[in-house]
Design a protein around this ligand. Structure first.
Ligand code: ADP
Ligand code: MG
Length: 385
């Protein structure tokens, strides 16, 4: 049974009536542009075929009922007038946070019944959280006829995650889930949210993009994220700009010189400024039809995240090194760092060799076996029935 029919049937079983509709929203992989989003810079995600799918109906009595088939514990019932930031440490904070953010922004949401399931692996850096938020936001936007645009839904979802859940994330994940198109990567300027769909149809060119989920999740990743973010803000303040985005690549050396003995801040600044330039280079290459050449840029991005931003880990480095040694066109860690996933760009003919080499390298190193899958640039959030 297709996921949407299963979710529909699950909804009927739980709530005793057909849902008003079913929506889906994907996870994402960031092709390039890491840790640039909270520096007002550029990112370039594309949507995964993996999605959160939600069956939703309205309610008029101020009650929100939530159920995920991926979590034990049955239906969770919340009262809308009792929703409060950081009051919920469970998965329900994500969908409830979206309802809270919509109501806070003045939208007349009076309740909902929700049943969902997701094929986006949670905690793998593939943004299962944004998929969850965006699928709820789109469903409520449609059902309550709120007339919000995709980028506005993404903003509200970000607010839900930042304020309600209490996780300091940028705008990329939610925008990717809400706005991506199949066969394209999304070039997003996180300062003004202007965006451009960039053709990224690797299969047509005989290439593949692999995602290697290392299954590693380091316990300190949240604190480290906060430290990097604070360091970037310090760099911007020392350089007298609103955000590191405002340092042109051509002025990087001068900017670094001005940072004097602030060694750590210098490394962070160098990553962010060069990473923005790498995003622009990838856009130029893809628009010129030179997709193979982006591999080198991805690999440069990894070195910058490993050596300057210092958020890689042995498992991620092993994926990248092994893939490159086995003929990959390029490879890098993706997402927040300290675990999660890496991406590998390869000729279709080399995929099996690379996959095997990575699996063997992990076994030899005594690491948990990685999960390897192909990522086809897929559709963004949509109503499915
Ligand atoms: P990522 O977004 O990288 O997957 P996060 O830590 O941001 O990781 O979000 C993961 C959290 O999202 C999970 O801990 C859980 O609370 C929630 N979540 C993700 N998928 C589901 C699901 N299918 N059902 C319920 N909650 C989910
Ligand atoms: Mg997340």
């Amino acid at each position: 049974m297709a996921a949407q029919q299963q979710v529909r049937a699950g909804f009927v079983e739980l709530y005793g009536a057909e849902p008003e509709g079913v929506w889906s929203a994907p996870g994402r992989v960031n092709l390039i542009g890491e840790h640039t989003d909270y520096n007002d810079g550029f990112v370039m995600p594309f949507a995964l075929p993996h999605t959160a799918v939600a069956a939703v109906s309205r309610r008029g009595d101020g009650v929100l009922r939530l159920h995920s088939s991926d979590v034990d514990g049955g239906v969770v019932e919340l009262r809308l007038d009792e929703l409060a930031p950081e009051s919920d440490r469970n998965w329900t904070a994500y969908p409830a946070g979206v309802v809270w953010a919509l109501r806070e922004a003045g939208h007349p949401v009076t309740g909902a019944d929700v049943h969902l399931t997701s094929t986006v692996p949670a905690g793998a850096g593939l943004s299962s959280s944004a998929a969850l938020e965006v699928v709820i936001a789109l469903a409520l936007n449609d059902l309550y006829d709120l007339g919000l645009q995709r980028w506005q839904l993404a903003r509200l979802c970000q607010r839900a995650e930042n304020v309600y859940v209490g996780a300091p994330t940028g705008i990329m994940d939610q925008t990717a889930s809400a706005c991506c198109e199949a066969g394209h990567a999304l070039f997003l300027d996180t300062r003004d949210l202007s965006q451009k769909q960039i053709p990224f149809d690797l299969a047509a060119e005989g290439m593949r993009l692999l995602v290697v989920d290392t299954q590693v999740k380091h316990a300190h990743s949240d604190g480290e994220y906060g430290k990097r973010r604070a360091g970037c803000e310090k760099g911007a303040a020392l350089l007298g700009v609103d955000a590191l985005r405002d340092i042109p690549y051509a002025d990087l050396d001068a900017a670094l010189a001005r940072l004097g003995d602030e060694e750590e801040v210098r490394r962070l600044v160098r990553h962010v400024v060069t990473e923005d330039e790498r995003v622009e280079r990838v856009v130029t290459l893809l628009e010129a039809g030179d997709s193979r050449a982006i591999g080198q840029v991805l690999t440069e991005g990894h070195a910058s995240l490993r050596d300057d931003f210092r958020i890689s880990c042995p498992e991620l480095d092993l994926v990248v090194d092994t893939a490159l040694a086995s003929g990959a066109l390029g490879a890098r860690m993706t997402g927040g760092g300290f675990g999660g996933s890496a991406i590998v760009l390869a000729e279709a003919a080399d995929v099996d060799t690379i996959t095997k080499a990575v699996e063997e390298a992990f076994a030899t190193a005594g690491f948990t076996a990685p999960r390897v899958f192909e990522a086809v640039p897929s559709a963004g959030a949509r109503r499915v029935s």
